[in-house]
Design a protein around this ligand. Structure first.
Ligand code: NAD
Length: 331
């Protein structure tokens, strides 16, 4: 099969090379079709996407994306927002799992954050009322809320999960979060085998820090989902091992949660793990479970050994050496 690879900005080229090398080493039936996007491409061409990128995703349906920065200056759109809107990837799914060998405050965390990806305050409807007053509109629809809640309950059902927690602030945001919560309650009735739970977002942050093990699948509107998912990444030691999937009815775009790391770009020391784990999510969704498990196990073994690892996790290996160590573990 063919799939689109967008290396992106900064460390994107270095970490996506790791994916390409591993695809070859595993002899996977995936041919990466590469397209440029992001700030570096825009600086050269004044466009944020290489021509043909959108058509390629339309044709191949599956994409893996490196981090992209938004070009400075007016008139440029964020690549991420543009892709989410263009391909209606309404669900952002982030598994948050402890990784042996990574320093973190908790062990055995196994959560999944499912975030609505298309509306809420991130719809970007904001304007100046006068030079000293700005207004932003929090747009929530029943349709999008039901869709994301159904996705969360289906995910729970299909992955042997027991509970779905809605994260909201409906006590204050009575209409917007109230509508989200109403949709959650309606959808929950269709899944009697899954326990529904409702937690107010501020309390949720505290509960996650005190007793993260009591949660399972979380579902949230866009803004709370964005913030709470980074909190969750912190529970397992940061963004270095955090992958995500942007899921639509037709298209799927997988990516690392971290950004383009301009401070280390070009030095050859970026950690490719998050992008590799995003690739693992893609393999799982493609039904290539053996390949997904094989790659995950090889990566986990190299990290747990702690010998050939990148500087961000306490080693002194380069991206290439780390990748080569994973390839050796693949056997
Ligand atoms: P960042 O995630 O790029 O970097 C934060 C810190 O983490 C830096 O010190 C960086 O060196 C380190 N880091 C991140 N990924 C790493 C990796 N794989 N290996 C080793 N170290 C790593 O966050 P930032 O500095 O806030 O953002 C930089 C740029 O990335 C911004 O332009 C931002 O808009 C963009 N960004 C893009 C995405 C995306 O495309 N999905 C997500 C977040 C940020």
């Amino acid at each position: 099969m063919k799939a689109v690879l967008i290396p992106g900005d900064g460390i994107g080229k270095e970490i996506s090379k790791s994916v390409v090398d591993i695809t070859k080493a595993m002899n996977l039936d995936i041919e990466w079709v590469e397209y440029q996007a992001g700030a570096e491409y825009a600086t050269k061409t004044k466009e944020v996407f290489e021509p043909g990128l959108v058509d390629a995703i339309k044709e191949y349906k599956w994409a893996l994306k490196g981090p992209t920065a938004t070009p400075i200056g007016t008139g440029f759109r964020s690549v991420n927002v543009a892709l989410r809107q263009q391909f209606a990837t309404y669900a952002n799914v982030r598994p948050i799992k402890s990784f042996k060998g990574i320093n973190s405050r908790y062990e055995d965390i196994d959560l999944v954050m499912i975030r609505e990806n298309t509306e809420d305050l991130y719809k970007g409807i904001e304007y100046m009322i006068n030079p000293n007053m700005a207004n932003g509109i929090k747009l929530i629809t029943r349709e999008a809320s039901e869709k994301i809640c159904r996705y969360a309950f289906d995910y729970a059902k299909n992955n042997g999960r027991k509970k779905v927690t809605a994260v909201h602030k409906a006590n204050i945001m009575k209409y917007t979060d109230g509508l989200f919560l109403e949709a959650f309650r309606e959808v929950a009735k269709e899944y009697p085998e899954i326990e529904p739970q409702e937690v107010i977002v501020d309390n949720m942050c505290m509960q996650l820090v005190i007793r993260p093990e009591t949660f399972d699948v979380l579902v949230a509107p866009n803004l709370y989902g964005d913030i709470v998912s980074d909190l969750c990444a912190g529970l397992v030691g940061g963004l270095g091992f955090a992958p995500s999937g942007n899921i639509g009815d037709e298209y799927r775009i997988y990516e690392a949660v971290h950004g383009s790391a301009p401070d280390i770009a070009g030095k050859g020391i970026a950690n490719p793990s998050a992008l590799l784990l995003a690739f693992v999510l893609m393999l799982e969704a493609l039904g290539k479970l053996d390949d997904a498990n094989r790659l995950k196990a090889a990566l986990a073994a190299v990290v747990e050994e702690g010998v050939t690892i990148t500087p961000d996790i306490g080693g002194n290996a380069s991206t290439e050496e780390f990748t080569a160590a994973i390839i050796r573990k693949l056997g």
